[in-house]
Design a binder for this molecule. Structure first.
Ligand code: AMP
Length: 307
């Protein structure tokens, strides 16, 4: 039983209507790793950072069950840096800065101990790198889940399409689904994207929940209405971490179990947005997570007597 996570490990600078951070630790694989760690251990990480990345944050990942044997440290280079600013409604944001730094020429080396992985989570990263990870695994994992973003659609669309064709589940937000498909209707967008190769498509809609499509069925999970949303950064990755972590824990890749995985992913994302950066993901308890999942069940449970 094993889970391999690939993605950015980063410094982020975030601005929301509630405040601003200097460089804090973020990155897709960081959020995925912390989130998935509540369901499955170890998490085998493949990523790259520069010599400026704090040792204490690597220790923190390890403490959460993240195996950092596949984390490359390029001593003389700088860690990937991303900066974003949220609009007042917190549902949309502008990317202010993307400095690829070490990610620019990242060659993902897979340690021998990571081979034969059952579950592969390709977090946000260049599609070429994501694809080379699939190609370097001697056996195809049971399930490959991929996340990506508009940035790659704009600068590497053909590469992205080649990678999308190789995965089982693609996870993107509604804006990205529209951009990738050229369709406004998410149902039409899903049809076009599924025709590109993946068996399942997850469309994340921020505070409006998430949709799971396959060729025949569709499932909707709401987002929990929260009193305070401080920082949505990493919510999508935290969602993905909860999703793949739950699948790895339950070892069931049926559509029915993916629905449960989506609820667990949504529950984890609801924690993530309550504080800046990864802070809220660091000290959760199984009871807190179970209570949150129960909140979701209650939120959508209703009975209608049908004739
Ligand atoms: P999310 O809010 O879930 O879309 O993810 C935000 C995280 O994605 C931040 O922690 C960033 O460091 C990371 N990120 C932003 N842009 C990129 C990119 N082009 N490649 C890889 N990771 C990125």
């Amino acid at each position: 039983m094993s889970l391999l996570v690939v993605g950015s490990v980063a410094f982020d600078a975030i601005e929301t209507p509630f405040g601003k951070t200097d460089k804090i630790v973020g990155g897709a694989a960081t959020y995925i790793g912390f989130s998935a760690s509540y369901f499955h251990k170890p998490i085998n990480l493949v990523a790259v950072v520069g010599g400026d990345f704090p040792e204490k944050d690597i220790t923190l990942l390890k403490k959460h069950g993240v195996n950092t044997e596949g984390l490359q440290i390029k001593k003389d280079e700088k860690t990937f840096f991303w900066s974003g600013k949220y609009h007042n409604d917190m549902n949309s944001r502008d990317t202010l800065v993307t400095e690829l730094n070490v990610l620019g020429d990242f060659d993902p080396i897979i340690p021998e101990a990571y081979q034969n992985t059952e579950y592969l989570m390709l977090g946000n990263l260049s599609p070429q790198v994501q694809r080379s990870v699939i190609e370097r695994l001697k056996n195809r994992p049971k399930l490959i889940v991929m996340d990506t973003m508009n940035f790659w659609m704009e600068i590497a669309l053909e590469e992205l399409k080649k990678t999308i064709a190789m995965v089982d589940v693609l996870s993107i937000n509604d804006e990205e689904a529209r951009q990738l498909s050229g369709e406004y209707s998410l149902v039409k967008a899903a049809k076009k994207i599924l025709a590109m190769g993946p068996k399942y498509l997850i469309v994340k809609k921020g505070e409006h929940g998430a949709l799971l499509f396959n060729h025949e069925q569709v499932f909707f999970a709401p987002a929990l209405p929260l009193e305070d949303v401080f920082d949505p950064t990493g919510a999508g990755d935290t969602f993905a971490g909860g999703f793949i972590g739950y699948i790895a824990q339950t070892r069931d890749i049926s559509f029915a179990n993916m629905k449960r995985a989506i609820i667990h992913g949504s529950a984890m994302a609801s924690f993530c947005v309550e504080k800046f950066g990864t802070e809220r993901l660091l000290n959760l308890t199984p009871d807190q997570i179970e209570d949150r999942v129960q909140d979701f069940v209650e939120l959508v449970q209703f009975e209608i007597p049908l004739r």
